[in-house]
Structure formats: C-alpha cells, structure tokens
Design a binder for this molecule. Sequence first.
Ligand SMILES: Cc1cc2nc3c(=O)[nH]c(=O)nc-3n(C[C@H](O)[C@H](O)[C@H](O)COP(=O)(O)O)c2cc1C
Length: 458
Amino acid sequence: MTKSNRLIVTLLVMNAIGHNFHGIWRHPGARTREFNTLDLWVDLAKKAEQAKIDAFFFTDLLGIQGEFNGSRDVIFEQAMNVPIGDCSMLLPAIAHATTDIGLMYTSSVIQHHPFVFARMASTLDHLSNGRVGWNIVTSANEKAFRNLSLPGNLSHEDRYAWADEYVDVMYKLWEGSWDVDAVKNDPTNGVYANPRKVHDINHIGERYQVEGFNLMQPSPQRVPVLAQAGGSPAGLEFASRHAELMFLSASTPEAIAAQVGTVRGSARQYGRHDSDIKFLLGMMVIVGSTDEEAKRKWSELEEFRSPEAQTAYFSSLSGLDLGLYDPETLLEDLVDHIPGIRGAFNALINGWPAGSKPTVRDFLTSLPRMQTLAGTPERIAARLIELQNAGVDGVQLMNALLPETYDDFFEYVVPVLQDKGIMQSDYRAGTLRQKLFDTENPHIAERHPAFGYRGMFG
Ligand SMILES: Cc1cc2nc3c(=O)[nH]c(=O)nc-3n(C[C@H](O)[C@H](O)[C@H](O)COP(=O)(O)O)c2cc1C
C-alpha cells in the first residue's frame, strides 16, 4: 500500500434510533434502540478498531423540521432522527475503550459559544490522545436557528460569514493563546506554565468578543482535524480555506472529479496544497457471497423502510415538505427554492442519465439506490477503486442495519480491501491527523489559516 492509494474508511453514524434508513429500527436485528447506552457504541468501536477503521463520524442536528403531508406525526412514530442524543457525550467512553480509532463529530457554529467549544474540543483531544475531529456545520436547518433564539432565515452567505468568524476565534484560542512551549510542567522549579507564553486573544468581531485565553492547555493536535461538507458556492469556498477533510455531495465519477477540482483549485489560491484536503464520499455497502445474495439481502432490508418517514427525512434535509409536491415535479424547478441542503438534489440532477429529467418521485425512490453498493466484496472493491480514480480519498459508510451492516463490512470486505492494498492493515502511530495524512506533524499544516495565529499574541 502506498501513501497515495490508501482509502480512508469512516463510519457515518448518529446518536439516534433512526439515522438515514428510516423504519429499519423495527427489524429484529436492529440495535439502534440502544442508542442511549454506552455498550452499543463501545462494542461497535472495539470491532471497528479491530478492522482498522479510521474514524467514527457522528452527525448531529439541533432541530427537526421533517414533515410528511403537513404533519410531523411520522417523525415520532418512526423515530426519524428523533430522539437524538448529544454525541459528544459518547466520545470519552469510546476513547477510553480504544486506542487508535478517530473520533470525528459534528458541532454547529450556532451550538456553543466558541470560547466554550474550544475548551470542549481541547479536552476531548486530551482525553483521546489526539484523536478528535470537528465537522464544522452552519446548520442548514431553520428549526435549529429558531430553537436557539435566532432568526431562521439566514442566507448561505450569512451562515458562512458567521462560520468564518467562529473558526477565527477558535484558531486564536487553539493556536494563538498558548505558545507551543508554554507548558513547562516543572515541579522542581515550581513552574507549570510560563506566564509570558500564555496570551489573551482580545478578539473583537461582529458576533463575538473574547478577551482571554483557552482555559484548557493545548491538546496533542492543538487544532482538531477539521472537516466540512458545504455544498453551496459559499460552503465550497469555506471548505477550500478551512477543511482538511471534505465530504462530497456528488455521486458520479464526473461530478466527484468536478467537485474535487473546484475545491482544490480554490484551495490553491489560498496557498494550500492538493494533499492538504482529503475527500470522502458517503455510501451504504451491503455485502453478499454472490451479487444475487447481496441484492436479496438489500431487498429484505427495504421491506422495513418506511416511505413516509423517508420522505419526512428528505423534507427535513431540504426544508420542503416533499409529500405535498406533485411527484412529477421536476427537481430542477425546485432546487433553487430549497432553504436547506441542496447537495443531494444536485447530485441526482447531475447524475441523471441524459434524455430525461429527475422528478420528486425519482428523488424519493432513487437517492437511497444511488448511495447503495450491493454485491460481493470483489465487486465492492472494484467500485471503490473506480471512485478512488475519480478523486475520492475515503468513504463514509452509512448503515442500513446497525450493527449488521458494519459487522459484514468488517468481516468480508475489509480483508479484501487489505489484500488489494487499498485499506490499512494497521494503524499508523500518532494522532488522528498523523494517521490520516501520514505526516510526522500532529499539528495543523503551516499553510492553514489557523497556523497564522501561532505566536501572534506574544
Ligand atoms: C456527509 C455529510 C454529513 C453532514 N453532516 C451534517 C450534520 O451532522 N449536521 C448538519 O447540520 N449538517 C450536516 N451536513 C450538511 C452540511 O454541513 C452542509 O450544510 C450541506 O452539505 C449543505 O451545504 P451548504 O451549507 O453549503 O448549503 C452534512 C453533509 C454531508 C454531505
């Protein structure tokens, strides 16, 4: 395995009963109703670590806006993203039970004051020995804003302007407030930290005024690994400046190559290198000993899918109650009016075969199909190699049935990927950043804007 052809593999999960395969919680093999126990997550983490999975990736939400035909009954009946726990609370337990797997999690810029969040993330990075990653989201969901005393109607530009200031404060706290050699830990001379090497950041911005220094001393990575999934022009621009991991909202090799090209092209203008950003693609893998068996397994799982809850889920992502639309409505007539996440809609429009145009009906029935890869381990490996050639650096594995989907992947697919040399057979030593980027440096690259604050307040 060379540095360039290793595929990063993460598990895309939510601390909820229903994540993105809605209705499956009724399946006798589903353990997601144990989402509020540590055992479910710690068991999964131990198995994932044995399989050399790179990281967990916890998604999160601060508001549920899914409706089906004007009613929200289905979201409660089918546990559609709700109840949802605070995933950050699971991380110390997972960290304590494992040694290498990464702990990526989502925290919206509207969720915590940056002063508070900087300390939380630093603490987790200490407790996990440098394994934390932060998925920076701006909350595309209007309910989230209204739940937090904020106006619900911010434009993409306003959301990302907010994110810009937020990360600026974080970078000042993480990189600027404690010099690299501030902590002496020297009981002989009675000096824990050198007072001249810890600085107030005195940030005065549009939304935040932060006078002091990070209350937590610098963690192994100083700045956690930064991930981002913007799909709008403002989001892609933000990613090109800040992301070390970027989550693709594209499905075909052509669309993937285009999105990778756009972000890398823009990142180069900010002085960043192509290798500074890794691109991950979400997918669901269903494995069988033959392709037919995998397809049969998939259709058995599909029996449990609730079309109503699934529609409510896509309504929640987009902010439109899709059940109220004529199923024949063309997606292209809808997409500009979507207040929430447009990426999945654009992915379908861009990936649709020439000669016809996708409709709301197509969206509701095809999106899960486009994200699912069912077949033998060999077929799955071949497809992953094809995606790699289009520019994908890694995958975010969604689950149909937790834990079975992952157990199957660990048992049957991982050995094949390892044999082919596209998946690691052991972890590299060091922090999450060192493992993902195969670098000696546990800290953020010098070319990243966060690094610019190092030593600035001295
Ligand atoms: C794989 C993936 C995971 C995401 N996870 C979250 C999440 O956990 N919480 C959230 O609010 N948004 C999440 N998003 C949404 C993105 O942060 C972003 O808002 C979305 O892709 C739309 O882009 P835009 O904000 O530029 O319009 C995710 C997107 C993708 C593709």
